[in-house]
Design a protein around this ligand. Sequence first.
Ligand SMILES: Nc1ncnc2c1ncn2[C@@H]1O[C@H](COP(=O)(O)OP(=O)(O)OP(=O)(O)O)[C@@H](O)[C@H]1O
Ligand SMILES: [Mg+2]
Length: 324
Amino acid sequence: MPRIMSVENLSVRFASRSGQIEVVKDLNFDLWTGQVLGLVGESGSGKTQAFLAIMGLLARNGRAEGRALLGDVDLLQLKPRALNRMRGREIAMVFQDTAAALNPTLRIGIQMAEVLALHHAVPLPQAELAAIDMLDMVGISDPERRARCYPHELSGGMRQRVLIGMALMCRPKVLIADEATASLDATVQAQILTLFKTVCDRLGTALVLITHDLSLAASIADRMMVMYAGQAVEIATTDALFHDPRHPYTRGLLASTPAATVTRGKLYTIPGPPPRLLEGERGCRFNPRCPHRAAHCVELAPILRPVALDHQVACHFDIGGASQ
Ligand SMILES: Nc1ncnc2c1ncn2[C@@H]1O[C@H](COP(=O)(O)OP(=O)(O)OP(=O)(O)O)[C@@H](O)[C@H]1O
Ligand SMILES: [Mg+2]
């Protein structure tokens, strides 16, 4: 399975009144053709900012460092125009907010066609036909008729499908879905997840599924990355993460999300104060909340290290499943 993207030592800092805050710190991970990476972590852990940085869409007080290699192109080094050409064509991102993402004054078929016309200089009539095909692919029935609708004429679930279809018009190598199904009811959510999976299989797209909902991510992700306070604390195959979680934070997450009590859109809370992100702080960022804390956890930041094939953990202790 070829590797599509390698993110190396990605850090994101914002200038703030109390100094530099480092909301993403030394993130390292790879994306593979046709695979789904589930990204979980509590609110504020840096999931969105990490990918906005990769897309070149950080707020003005933000700076990204490191490398985000798509093939051999480092997205973080591209000039705005070059990056603009890559966005949508090679890498695309879908958000939850459907209302703001579609132009209310344009029929959806045209909106989708324009993406293709813009990036690939496809004549508009031909691009409109491609849009109809895409509507069909994202599971919208009667696509010719729907293509002539305005956004407000569609249900929320359909609009979300349109957005996903729009993101896929140029067959991007990487698709980032940031809480893209969070506003939808459970049935539509399940349909869209199935759609994601089909699309990854059919087009070879690598999908990053960012979500608060562990069980949702687990339902389609091949691998999972758990973030805490801007860092990846555990990266593993989905199976290993659920059956052999190694990081105390991951264990906390799993323990506090029995499937039946998951409240949609809300993640568990782990006792203890929220992490501070000011630069220059020492030690493991999870230590104030960690049940296994020892003296050196306060002094020394653990690095992500392999504990098994396809399984990396950032913790000083080997808290393997067998010992617990
Ligand atoms: N422009 C900004 N200036 C300063 N801090 C910011 C800015 N934008 C985001 N942040 C901070 O970056 C941190 C990470 O935010 P991010 O949106 O990536 O979290 P998240 O993991 O996506 O959370 P959620 O699950 O709620 O979407 C937060 O502490 C947030 O307050
Ligand atoms: Mg977010």
